[in-house]
Write a protein that binds this ligand. Structure first.
Ligand code: ATP
Ligand code: MG
Ligand code: FE
Length: 346
């Protein structure tokens, strides 16, 4: 069975195609992504109207290209999955409308699925079926959560989340303070390679003895970086961009990995999947590898291309839902910009 996934929750128009074989993880056949990121760069963040229009223009070409890459005709699709939320309302609407049209025209079932669960499910394309249960540290532009995943197609529970900024958001804001381009993750990751992670002692939020074990906070860190840079500028000093990036990145990776490993120990669940755009971060992956090895936790991190938004993650999740005999969503659902992570299908 062949499943196509459509993703339009933010600024990536993603169309992925996977093949489902019984008892196995889905196999990736195509993963086409068009991004409107350059159109947003000068605003330092995604402009919803611009993103929606870009999705509209990219949708049909991306579907066509994904089919060509997969060597699959539209008529050979057996099911369609689409991101139903969370995300930008107008952006989601374009993907959902397109998916409904393909579903009706091709007479195949449609599944509205959760973008965040898709970030977790994508790992199965690379590393095979997920152990049940497993934990996921979901770190993206809009979310930072620790999840217990009993079944990626139906059973996800939130253990904790950020009380303020998401990790990716902190990356994007720190990049802006340093005059680095948007989105901030990749340029900070790169600049940090030439910096000293111990140069500046930035705060580790929510790590005090009375803080909730599974929650996160990154706004204090973001502010600390901004204050440090302002103070250096006031003194007329050149900003040591590499050191600031490396020290900031170390603070983020330290908190994320410490909390994820401790969650594995507290829950007795010994597989950790790191997912979402920030999972593409090189230092996070390296520190997680080290700490998980020390703690006897099995670590899974999808390759960077699969960590950021794409259609393959939605196709993968759709395939898991189809394999589990999940009920199709029908054609009359609306996208939910605030869809909670425990609602895997709508
Ligand atoms: P959500 O999934 O919460 O709806 P989103 O879809 O916008 O948000 P993703 O595409 O999953 O987010 O991730 C984008 C975020 O990942 C951005 O904040 C970006 O800066 C960050 N990011 C991408 N690559 C890296 C990297 N190498 N290091 C750190 N952060 C990164
Ligand atoms: Mg994006
Ligand atoms: Fe995302």
């Amino acid at each position: 069975r062949i499943v196509m996934g459509i993703e339009t929750s933010c600024d990536e128009t993603g169309v992925g195609i996977v093949e489902l074989a019984d008892g196995q993880a889905p196999r990736l056949l195509a993963d086409e992504v068009a991004s409107s990121v350059e159109q947003h760069a000068r605003f330092g963040g995604v402009v919803p109207e611009v993103a929606s229009r870009a999705h509209l223009e990219a949708m049909e070409p991306m579907v066509r290209r994904a089919c060509a890459t997969a060597g699959v005709a539209l008529g050979e699709l057996d099911a369609i999955a689409v991101t139903a939320g969370p995300g930008l309302a107008g952006a989601l609407l374009v993907g959902v409308a397109a998916a409904k049209a393909y579903s009706a025209a091709l007479d195949v079932p449609l599944y509205g699925v959760n973008h965040l669960a898709g970030h977790v499910a994508v790992d199965t394309l690379e590393h095979g079926p997920l152990p049940r249960p497993c934990l996921s540290l979901l770190v993206s532009g809009g979310h930072t959560q620790l999840l217990r995943v009993d079944d990626v197609a139906s059973g996800i529970t939130e253990l904790g989340s950020t009380v303020d900024d998401a990790a990716g958001e902190a990356y994007d804001k720190v990049a802006r303070v340093l005059g680095l381009p948007y989105p901030g993750g990749p340029p900070i990751d790169k600049a940090a390679r030439d910096g000293d992670p111990d140069a500046i002692a930035f705060p580790r939020g929510m790590t005090g003895p009375s803080d909730a074990a599974f929650d996160f906070s990154f706004s204090g860190l973001k502010t600390a970086v901004a204050r440090w840079v302002e103070a250096a500028e006031r003194r007329g000093e050149t900003i040591p961009v590499g050191d600031v990036c490396a020290s900031f990145q170390e603070a983020v990776a330290d908190v994320l990995t410490a909390k994820a490993v401790s969650a594995a120990q507290r829950t007795g669940v010994h597989t950790l999947v790191i997912s979402g755009g920030v999972a593409a971060n090189s230092r996070l992956a390296a520190l997680a590898r080290q700490r998980c090895a020390e703690a006897g936790v099995e670590l899974r991190v999808p390759r960077p291309r699969l960590c950021t938004d794409n259609g393959a993650m939605i196709a993968a999740l759709g395939a898991h839902v189809v394999a589990a005999g999940g009920k199709p969503s029908g054609l009359d659902f609306s996208p939910d910009p605030a869809l909670p992570v425990d609602t895997v299908t709508v």
